[in-house]
Design a protein around this ligand. Structure first.
Ligand code: BF8
Ligand code: SF4
Length: 627
């Protein structure tokens, strides 16, 4: 690796672990990134196509080489098809995750999921009511079964629209109808996106992008929203909870177990097994002080939000955390799990377990979790983790953990406000809080790890902008100390006053990436309270270090829901100026919001602040000049 650790990550644990990894001669994501350089310029611009076997083809951006693929597709068509397929993959990932949860809900209703239960009955009933299911004097399990059945209907083609779009403000829904992007079945939109991008189907770059928007909306107001709601029903709706973040959450004298991936279906059962008194006693009999469960990425966020389980790291830290030598077992479900992890673990005693029938990895032991066996399997495997404690070699835990508060579901935020969004709106009207921004998404080795998240968030809260965050961005800000009782020192005077009075940090952890829908629900509540559309509010979104196709789907549904969104890394679209112009300007006329791309977080903060002040002016509120 030719770069210095400080150029790679701003985090102390990351820098120290990079040094350790080098000493241990590990190959990391940064080494592999470097070995790929220079990456393909055609692909970076979205100008290569391998959709059919007359290709692969590419279009020359300088006008000298070929301008069309073998089939005759030009740059606009090729870029639009590639982007559409990114959205389809992202939407499919979130939505398939949602479907897995619905299947657990159905299994619970049938009494075929030992260990799982309905934890939030109130939420079950309120969501069931939204689906038109009567809940009076009805058995809880019957309601759960009916809801699972109705939600399965949202995935298919039986309905004209998906159910939960009813949560969007009326004006927004009318706009979607007018533009022709109202999402129908969740699977239908993804399937249609794939169909349209087959050779010789939709060759209108603009109509392809409209389908991409409809597909993304089927994720945001469909698959992801179902994932979040069913997770709350099964495992509890998050409430503010104390937690810790960074690699210092590992404990040298405990059996350490990590969960990595996205779906709480597995990690919740691992948590229960780790709390089982018999297994804890077993761990003590092996010389450990206890069992320490910690999270990585979004399944970590799910456990953090609901139980305060500590967070070891975000996406780019997942290889390095194994190099601590302190991890007895790592459970992987799916999404964002680097296929390199199993290889890294072969250098240590760490046992790697893959758990999903749809996600296999090299050098991992495969044990499939299903609703009927998950509880028992979790116990068996956690016992194996305990047995592995005695195989530990040298342990290196580089830092002390950072305290943080998590658990800010919409219900928790409204609860802190006294049950209505009014106090938040009053603070916005009074100008004490200028607006709110959702900072979301990943890490990406093209950029300095966590630099974009931390500096953007710091800039926003300094300027009295409330930040809500999710996913790997939320982990970055927790590690940076923006989510604990000391964090108000970073906030501007107005934000400090309001958050201080409410007893909350200036950056609210709203969960995993599917939980970005909580931001949609909150934005809708604010819009409804003001009798306006989401696009009129002083809100914005940002994905400063995004890498995944899921992040693209999130960005598209955010913009389509009326939220101006600033991306750090440029998506592969620069091969088509028509598409760049549509996404960064034209969408304003169609959907009332656009994308911007700005990798420098300080400049991104300026863009966002200007946007927020403009929206304030539009609402007749005081507006500051931003320079
Ligand atoms: O769904 S933020 S790197 S872990 S894609 Fe992945 Fe990105 Fe992290 Fe969660 Ni989201
Ligand atoms: Fe080439 Fe067209 Fe086939 Fe793409 S779809 S690989 S551009 S021939």
């Amino acid at each position: 690796m030719s770069k210095h650790y400080k150029d790679i990550t701003i985090t102390e644990d990351g820098q120290l672990m990079l040094k350790k990894a080098e000493k241990d001669q590990l190959e990391t994501v940064w080494d592999r990134y470097e070995s790929q350089l220079p990456q393909c310029g055609y692909c970076e611009m979205g100008l290569s196509c391998r959709i059919c076997n007359m290709g692969p083809c590419r279009v020359d951006p300088f006008g000298e080489g070929p301008q069309k693929g073998v089939c005759g597709a030009d740059a606009d068509i090729i870029v639009a098809r590639n982007l559409g397929r990114m959205v389809a993959s992202g939407a499919a990932s979130h939505s398939d995750h949602g479907r897995d949860l619905v299947e657990v809900l159905a299994a619970v209703a049938e009494g075929k999921a030992p260990g799982y239960r309905i934890t939030d009955e109130q939420k079950l009933k309120s969501v069931a009511n939204e689906y038109g299911i009567g809940t009076e004097e009805k058995d809880i399990l019957k309601i759960a079964g009916d809801l699972a059945y109705c939600m399965q209907g949202d995935f298919g083609t039986r309905r004209k629209t998906i159910t939960l779009i009813k949560r969007a403000p009326e004006v927004r829904r009318q706009l979607w109808e007018k533009v022709g992007v109202t999402p129908r079945g969740i699977d239908r939109e993804t399937s249609e996106m794939m169909h349209r991008t087959h050779m010789g189907v939709d060759n209108g770059w603009d109509s392809l992008l409209l389908q991409a928007i409809r597909n993304a909306l089927s994720d945001g107001w469909g698959g992801s929203m179902i994932a979040t709601e069913v997770s709350d029903i099964l495992y509890g709706t998050p409430k503010p909870v104390q937690t810790w973040a960074n690699m210092g959450v590992l404990k040298a004298d405990h059996v350490n177990i990590l969960v990595h991936g996205h779906n709480p279906v597995v990690s919740e059962m691992i948590l229960l097994a780790c709390q089982d008194p018999v297994i804890v006693a077993f761990a003590k009999s092996k010389g450990a002080e206890g069992i320490n469960l910690a999270g990585l990425c979004c399944t970590g966020n799910e456990l953090l939000m609901r139980h305060g389980v500590a967070m070891a790291g975000n996406h780019l830290m997942t290889e390095l955390v194994i190099a601590t030598g302190a991890v007895e077992m790592l459970f992987a479900d799916y999404q964002c799990i680097m296929p390199s992890l199993g290889n890294i673990a072969t250098c240590y005693h760490t046992k790697m377990i893959s758990t999903s029938d749809k996600a296999h990895f090299p050098n991992m032991e495969h044990h499939e979790f299903h609703p009927d066996n998950a509880s028992e399997l979790a116990k068996t495997l956690v016992r194996k983790a305990v047995e592995n404690f005695e195989n530990r070699g040298e342990v290196y835990i580089p830092v002390e953990p950072m305290p943080a508060v998590g658990g800010f579901s919409v219900e928790a935020i409204l609860g802190a406000l006294g049950g209505t969004p009014e106090p938040l709106l009053d603070a916005i009207k009074a100008g004490k809080i200028r607006g709110a921004v959702g900072v979301v998404g990943c890490n990406n080795p093209r950029l300095k790890h966590d630099y974009g998240h931390v500096n953007l968030i710091k800039n926003l809260i300094e300027n009295d902008i409330l930040v809500v965050d999710t996913g790997c961005a939320a982990v970055a800000s927790a590690k940076a100390g923006f989510k604990n009782s000391e964090a108000l020192q970073f906030a501007g005077p107005g934000l400090k006053e309001i958050c201080g009075a409410l007893g909350v940090p200036p950056v609210l952890h709203m969960g995993s990436c599917v939980d970005n829908v909580r931001i949609l629900v909150l934005a809708s509540a604010l819009a409804d309270a003001l009798g306006t559309d989401i696009s009129a509010l002083p809100l914005a979104g940002a994905a400063p270090e995004w890498y995944s196709e899921k992040a693209i789907s999130i960005g598209v549904y955010a913009v389509a829901s009326g939220i101006y969104t600033v991306l750090g890394p440029m998506p592969p679209i620069t091969g088509s100026m028509n598409i760049v112009k549509l996404l960064t300007e034209g969408l304003n006329d169609i959907l009332g919001a656009t994308f911007a791309v700005e990798p420098d977080p300080v400049k991104a903060a300026l863009l966002i602040r200007k946007h927020i002040e403009n929206k304030r002016a539009g609402l007749g509120l005081d507006s500051r000049e931003v320079k």
